[in-house]
Design a protein around this ligand. Structure first.
Ligand code: CAA
Length: 385
């Protein structure tokens, strides 16, 4: 039996997610891109269908979907609207640090509201001068009695402002590098938390990206995720699971572009026949579908490994596979969406057709959760260690 093949339940979930995406999300995608507003109605539709945070375990009130099911949901939402797919993806990114390392008390307090759709959860690792070199962060958390006081500015935080909760990595032991970093839960309502203006981005415009500014934010020490000094490891261990969700997003964007292009070439006539009849274009379509399916199989394989690792069976190749899936799927998505624009010619270059947006949205998947250059560093380190 194939280790990573989706089951019948997975395919049923795909049908459900696709129906919601086709009906509620796709019709809003162009407008969301144009207005650059977070699509609250899409969030509500995802909550109504229980697709907003499917990964949350049942014991915390969630759907308890496995990693492959989560990938499928993100894929289907991204096929319609990449910005909206950051709702299930970032809810997972923000909460996996808790699932991996937090006390039972923190899990009981913060996971159920996410599962119920009452709160979203973001992840705050990067800073202005600590992007690829995440351990160079400057945000400080100083112990003061039974509280920590946080000061610093996190940057590029996806869904900042709309999320109620944030996993924040901060230095608790200066001079100790990666081992001096701890992870905390910070709430939007904590005194001293504010947000920078929305970044003006090339794509994923319906998902706000803002700084999270922390000024003397005093939080109980019990909000630390795991032990002091383990925050950086938790942050990287999280990415081992969630780079797979970015791969899923890339697959969805690419599938959306391929599907649109397939429809178009059968309709569009030049030289007296549908342009689908030209072998030069057929070869382009075949290459697009081939790259997509290769990236999909790698992503599903990585998801199966992630699921095992989440349940007490460490997978020594998860770090490699997660980086490989993210890198392969995002590079494929960039190529496929660019080719889709090419297949639509001048029309593809306008905002009258969705492939232009898909090409812009695809670009971020090569950048966030670690640039594809960092993914190659991670893969090479795994190979050579
Ligand atoms: N799991 C657990 N621990 C890990 C790990 C992993 N996958 N990889 C490394 N570690 C541990 C190491 O063992 C080490 O611990 P010890 O010293 O105790 O052995 C510690 O973490 C530090 O590791 P390195 O020395 O390898 O760290 P480094 O400073 O060289 O950095 C890096 C490694 C891979 C470059 C890392 O900094 C990195 O991944 N950078 C990219 C950052 C990134 O992906 N940012 C994404 C932001 S989130 C985002 O984009 C979300 C969004 O908007 C949607």
């Amino acid at each position: 039996m194939s280790f990573y093949a989706p089951t019948e339940e997975h395919e049923m979930l795909r049908e459900t997610a696709r129906a919601v995406a086709d009906e509620k999300i796709a019709p809003r995608a162009a407008e969301t891109d144009e207005t650059e507003e977070f699509p609250s109605d899409v969030y509500k539709s995802l909550v109504a269908a229980d697709l907003h945070a499917v990964h949350v375990p049942e014991e915390y009130g969630g759907a308890g979907a496995d990693a492959l099911a989560t990938v499928i949901v993100i894929e289907e939402v991204a096929r319609a609207c990449a910005a909206s797919s950051l709702i299930p993806a970032v809810n997972k990114l923000g909460t996996v640090p808790l699932m991996l390392s937090a006390s039972e008390e923190l899990k009981q307090r913060y996971l159920p509201p996410v599962a119920r759709g009452e709160a979203m959860f973001s992840y705050a690792l990067s800073e202005a001068d600590a992007g690829s070199d995440a351990a160079a962060m400057k945000t400080r958390a100083e112990l003061d009695g039974d509280h920590y006081v946080l000061n610093g500015t996190k940057m590029w935080i996806t869904n900042a402002g709309v999320s109620d909760y944030y996993t924040v990595m901060a230095v608790t032991a200066p001079g100790e590098g990666a081992r001096g970093i701890s992870a905390f839960v910070v709430e939007k309502s904590d005194e001293g938390v504010s947000f920078g203006p929305k970044e003006k981005k090339l794509g994923i415009k319906g998902s706000p990206t803002r700084q999270v500014i922390l000024e003397n934010v005093r939080i109980p020490a019990t909000r630390m995720i795991g032990e002091p000094g383990t925050g950086f490891k938790t942050a990287l261990a999280t990415l081992d699971h969630t780079r797979i969700t970015i791969a899923a997003q890339a697959l969805g964007i690419a599938q959306g572009a391929l599907d649109y292009a397939l429809g178009y070439v059968k309709e569009r006539k030049q030289f007296g026949k549908p342009i689908a009849d030209f072998q030069g274009l057929q070869f382009m379509l075949a290459d697009m579908a081939m790259k997509l399916e290769a990236a999909r199989q790698l992503t599903y394989h990585a998801a199966a490994k992630s699921e095992l690792a989440m349940h007490g069976q460490p997978q020594k190749d998860l770090t490699f596979l997660s980086s490989a899936a993210k890198c392969a799927a995002s590079d494929a998505a960039m190529e496929i969406t660019t080719d889709a624009v090419q297949l639509l010619g001048g029309y593809g270059y306008t905002r009258e057709f969705p492939v232009e947006r898909m090409m812009r949205d695809a670009k971020i998947t090569q950048i966030y959760e670690g640039t594809n250059q960092i993914q190659r560093v991670v893969m090479a380190r795994q190979l050579l260690k």
